[in-house]
Design a protein around this ligand. Structure first.
Ligand SMILES: C[S@@+](CC[C@H](N)C(=O)[O-])C[C@H]1O[C@@H](n2cnc3c(N)ncnc32)[C@H](O)[C@@H]1O
Length: 248
């Protein structure tokens, strides 16, 4: 499985966690897990495990799954990591633990560029949940056209990082067929090293995601347009899906 450089380079992994701090998404997923009284929880594409570790209270079994060895190595070093079972792999590694809830956070759903791979991932998730178990995830809303903000002018930053002063920005490369290609530029000022990280994300509409969930044997219970469980509007940055595995 080919992973993008941002999930492979240990420096970029450390920067990921500094740039992606706890937020409304964290509270949303923690609240949902509590509301559902979920006891066995899977976090697919758990990355550095910020949410995974918070989910892992004494009364729960929490399993974080991610194909990136570098992200998992970082996750395992964090406080509370010992309460989580970490598995290196993709959805094929989920098995059949009869989970109550599976989450995919940080727009993991958008890494599945190909519809056949997305469908196969949903089938694996279906098999990993108990009948009546829940799948919750978000995906950026294509109607918001967030990629139009992914340019140097809007994203340029100078920052102090564990690797010294840095400059970083995004540059949009192309948009078409539901795929958005862009480059993350990183300059490490101390050495002058320039690291350009190409990335591609798939933007699916609410209707496309709903249809894929239905095909995979889920019923969509809610689609929210923000982390406070508000409705979807054209200005919503994210589409937050809560779906239930059929068959209970
Ligand atoms: C943007 S990060 C999100 C990490 C974490 N869930 C969060 O909220 O911070 C995307 C994650 O998806 C993982 N990933 C990439 N390809 C994947 C795949 N095929 N299946 C599952 N996870 C994948 C990456 O390794 C990375 O950790």
């Amino acid at each position: 499985m080919e992973l993008e450089l941002q999930y492979v380079d240990p420096r970029l992994v450390e920067l990921y966690d500094i740039e992606n701090t706890r937020g409304g998404d964290t509270d949303f997923y923690l609240g949902l897990a509590a509301d559902l009284a979920a006891r066995t929880i899977l976090d697919l594409g758990c990355g550095t495990g910020l949410l995974t570790r918070e989910l892992a209270t004494d009364d729960r079994v929490v399993i974080g799954v991610d194909p990136s060895a570098a992200m998992l190595a970082y996750a395992r070093r964090q406080p509370g990591a010992e309460r989580v079972q970490w598995i290196e792999g993709d959805s094929g590694a989920l098995g059949t633990p009869e989970a109550d809830l599976l989450v995919m956070t940080g727009n993991v759903a958008q890494v599945f560029l190909d519809d056949a791979v997305w469908a196969a991932t949903l089938r694996d998730i279906h098999a990993a949940l108990r009948p009546g178990g829940y799948l919750a995830f978000e995906s950026r809303n294509p109607e918001d056209r967030g990629w139009e903000r992914w340019n140097r002018e809007a994203t340029y930053e100078q920052s102090d990082s564990p690797f010294g002063p840095m400059e970083s920005w995004l540059d949009l490369a192309s948009v078409g067929d539901g795929l958005v290609r862009f480059e993350a530029h990183n300059i490490f000022n101390a050495t002058g090293e320039v690291l350009v990280v190409p990335s591609t994300l798939r933007f699916r509409s609410q209707a496309e995601i709903t249809a894929s969930l239905t095909d995979a044997g889920f019923s969509v219970e809610h689609v929210y347009g923000n982390w406070l469980r508000g409705p979807v509007t054209v200005a919503s940055r994210v589409l937050v899906f809560v779906a239930r595995r059929n068959g209970d």
